[in-house]
Design a protein around this ligand. Sequence first.
Ligand code: GLC
Length: 468
Amino acid sequence: MNVKAWSDRFALRKAPKLAKVLTAFNANVDAMVFGLHQPAKALALLSQAELAEIEKKCDSELREIKSQSDFFSALLHSVKTGKAMHLHASQGVFDWMGSVFTADETRIGGQAGIMANQLSAFHDFVLTYSSLLSPLQASFFDQKVCFPSTSGKKLVCHPAKKVARKGDATKVNWIFEFKTGEKLKAKSEFHSPRANRLIVSSPAHYTPVFENVDVKQLAKNADVAMLSGFQQLHLDKNLGATLKKISSQIAELKKANPKIAVHWEFVPMEDKKAEKLVLSSVGKAVDSMGINEVEIVDVLKALGAKKEADKIGKLENSYSLYLGARRLSELLKLERVHVHSFGFQLAVLRKPYVVAPDKVRDALVFSSIIAALKALKGSAFVSRKEFEAHALVPSETGFNQIRALEGGLDEERVKRFSSMTRRALLESGIFELNDHYVVIVPSPIVQPKSTVGLGDVISSMALAAERG
Ligand code: GLC
């Protein structure tokens, strides 16, 4: 493969033009704890019996955090496996956490919040709807972000602070970030194979639908709608009505602006029964979905695509993930599935796709750079200046993943391509198949200071650049 073609693409210093984006529904505050010293100190105060209980529970994956020992077990599980985790905690556990841990930094969290602030570093117009907007929450938004109201037929923009609602709760989540090789000791000592984080989500509740805002006006002022926050939903008596409302609002967005791309940034749900229902309603209403290598396995299983899920489980690489993404796009009739993974990203685009695949590829290159810079700095967002000064190069892992995808696709062919054609494909990262394309990009790998929100930044910057 001509690695130079890829290094040249990554030498990008001029940001592409971005589309106008609407982000909704979830913004919160993330209380960041970097490194494991604080939890390690708290663990050291516990009795041997308590430590034994914690260690016993940490083998399985907990669904929620109901006690102090659940918290430590979840953290140990995340550290031991190097897996990202996102769990809800009870108010009691939250109060306890507040008395034991001190945040190293508080910053904007939630998909809609993270995306809005990152986008507004590169675009003068970003539209946001946040289901919760307390004055404290509002203070974390970039003041350029437009919070809409409609006056007559026109959309009017307000800074978050001006339209904050005093009665709204502030959702503050705890984020525990750890590095590769960091250790945590209960009875025995665990080392993390990979930098990652545990998110402990607060019980503050919201409903991810548009309220008191003209959905048509939103659509007319956006090329892309990045929706998320559905992880909040539970199987209760309101779920059916809420899902109906969300789906009809998505239909309304598309009716008012047929060109709008509606994207769902997937976040695993605690309530798996509700997740299945959300997938088959919201999943079928949106055009595009962003998901990572762990989440896609669960989603495929939930949708009954066991073969593809097992294939990723057996050997997780770009080819098995592509097969999973392709299946997902078929099952939910998505025109675009964007998988962000370690060292590479890929997108399955159903034909006829509205954007040329090489533009999609270049958008993925751009979003890879932004995400790697964010990881490296551990910051809430990446500025234009930081982007222009970057010196990142694509990773060897990424190149190997392009080879894996190309190899897998070649084996599917009845008539094999010549080695010259195969080389050209490796260099372009674009593969054309009967009814879809798959685009793959090798991304930089850095030692991250923080991993939270990387998927959000990748997905939003990629789609904004693709539609720009
Ligand atoms: C989820 C979490 C939020 C975090 C975000 C990052 O929305 O609830 O705390 O900032 O994911 O992706």
